[in-house]
Design a protein around this ligand. Structure first.
Ligand SMILES: Cc1ncc(COP(=O)(O)O)c(C=O)c1O
Length: 474
């Protein structure tokens, strides 16, 4: 039997794929990747595919990027792993310092210098203890969220404030698949099954203007969803440790882009009602929205920031939760006071991951990755607007290079395709035959290519998406 067939059979025999109905998978020919170059992946038959979702939103500078490859190899020649529990490591220190510098510059140094402290009023720059300044390592987006939730919960205990045993989160939110992250998630199709295992949360409406839960229209609504959030905070702030939010784009919820002012408004409400603000920038971080971090767009300074995915350029699993000194200082005390943050993972701060992350950040600087995004974002927006005219495209939305194209059965009534019809998947399978890899979210075609994508590749992908939508839906 040739190797390719043997691999396909072994895949079916031994792998349980994530988010996959394995009964269906058993009947499919698996696409097995064995190589990559730039923005393309190559399968075992030698076919090339444009990686239109950055290998699940992680790849930034392309595959087999020389500088990242070399940085990992150089670190292997020193040491591949040592623990951060009771020891430190060279790349973990260097990366923490670099991330704090970048975070402070991004969150507080650019854009509107006005900042809202606890009274909710715009003032001068953030005080030093409100800046992101301490890096806690973990392995993936979900663990960075678990860490943030536990830190927020314990922060209040250490401050002597009792009763803040719950969290505020949004409908349509996605923060990962571990149970804490699922508890603050709001996508029923993924999360409802685990209901009995989850902790209690308060839920605010999703700022999903195309399908507004409150049946009002932006901007006339004056951000009514924020008023609902304030109602919850007024009534329950004494029970809420933190709001957790995906800044500007609810990604897995269907690339839902916030109306302008919503994020800043939510931040101000948290400060006003003494609730911490956790920015889950796992999907939006590292340039995806056109700036290094999404919070920058509205000059928001979080109390805790979750970062992962693009942190290593899409090479290795690594995550960080960045805390302000205000949060960090609450955990300081005598050993016997048990204020220690009792949390850590075997591969916490893995040196290979940190070396990849440092190289990834170097490339941002050396190649001016963020500075080169503007024409790509304009091209994307131009083409999205053309797609919006198609008969079965109900809504298009983007922030930077994160975009969603929502397919509908009826444009007039916004009636969706039934999820069992898998219309999003039908379009994506067709695109696969055209050499483009995309993964939909229900009826939403997700477009999230590596930031390194060329304008030519991006334009070609959007043309193909338009053709595939017409072929499938019309
Ligand atoms: C906003 C957000 N938070 C957390 C996660 C979970 O990350 P991971 O899959 O690395 O656990 C994701 C993954 O898509 C995400 O989009």
């Amino acid at each position: 039997m040739d190797l390719k067939r043997r691999l396909a059979e072994a895949d079916k025999k031994y792998i349980w794929h994530p988010f996959t109905q394995m009964k269906e998978w058993a009947g499919e020919k698996p696409l097995i990747i064995e190589g990559g170059e730039g923005c393309h992946l190559v399968d075992t038959d030698g076919n090339r595919y444009l990686d239109g979702v950055s290998s699940l939103w992680v790849n930034i500078h392309g595959h087999r990027k020389k500088e990242i490859d070399e940085a990992i190899r150089a670190q292997i020649d020193r040491v591949s792993h040592s623990t951060l529990l009771g020891l430190s490591s060279v790349p973990a220190i260097q990366l923490a310092e670099r991330l704090v510098e970048i975070a402070q510059l991004s969150f507080c140094g650019r854009g509107d210098p006005a900042w809202s402290p606890s009274d909710g009023q715009a003032h001068g720059p953030a005080p030093a203890d409100a800046l992101p300044s301490r890096v806690f390592y973990s392995d993936n987006g979900s663990t960075s969220v678990e860490v943030a939730l536990k830190m927020a919960f314990q922060y209040w205990k250490h401050k002597g404030v009792e009763g803040k045993n719950s969290f505020l989160c949004l409908n349509n939110a996605y923060h990962g698949d571990t149970l804490g992250a699922v508890s603050v998630g709001g996508i029923d199709i993924f999360h409802a099954a685990f209901g009995p295992l989850l902790f209690k949360t308060f839920r605010s409406p999703s700022p999903y203007c195309y399908r507004c839960e409150l049946a009002v229209e932006y901007p006339g609504c004056g951000l009514a969803c924020l008023e609902k959030m304030e109602d919850i905070l007024k009534a329950h702030h004494h029970e809420i440790a933190a709001l957790i939010i995906e800044p500007l784009v609810q990604a897995a919820g269907g690339m839902i882009v916030f109306p302008s002012g919503y994020l800043k408004g939510a931040r101000d409400l948290c400060a006003k009602h003494h609730v911490l603000f956790i920015a889950d920038e796992v999907a939006t971080g590292f340039g995806r929205t056109g700036r290094m971090f999404a919070c920058e767009h509205e000059s928001v300074v979080p109390d805790l920031i979750c970062l992962s995915k693009g942190i290593t350029g899409g090479y290795l699993p690594l995550a960080v939760t960045v805390a302000t000194d205000e949060v960090y200082n609450a955990f300081l005390g005598e050993f016997s006071e048990l204020k220690t943050f009792f949390h850590g993972h075997s591969y916490t701060g893995n040196p290979l991951g940190c070396a990849a992350a440092l190289a990834c950040l170097d490339i941002f600087e050396k190649e001016g990755t963020l500075e080169k995004l503007a024409p790509k974002i304009s091209l994307l927006e131009e083409r999205l607007s053309a797609l919006s005219r198609l008969l079965h495209v109900g809504n298009v939305r983007n922030k930077g290079l994160m975009a969603g194209v929502e397919l509908v059965r009826d444009k007039e009534t916004k009636a969706p395709y039934a999820w069992e019809e898998k219309m999003g998947w039908r379009v994506c399978y067709l695109l696969r035959d055209k050499g483009i890899l995309l993964r939909p979210l229900g009826n939403v075609i997700v477009i999230m290519p590596p930031l390194a994508i060329s304008e030519e590749e991006l334009g070609g992908m959007l043309d193909a998406i338009g053709e595939a939508i017409k072929e499938c839906c019309e």
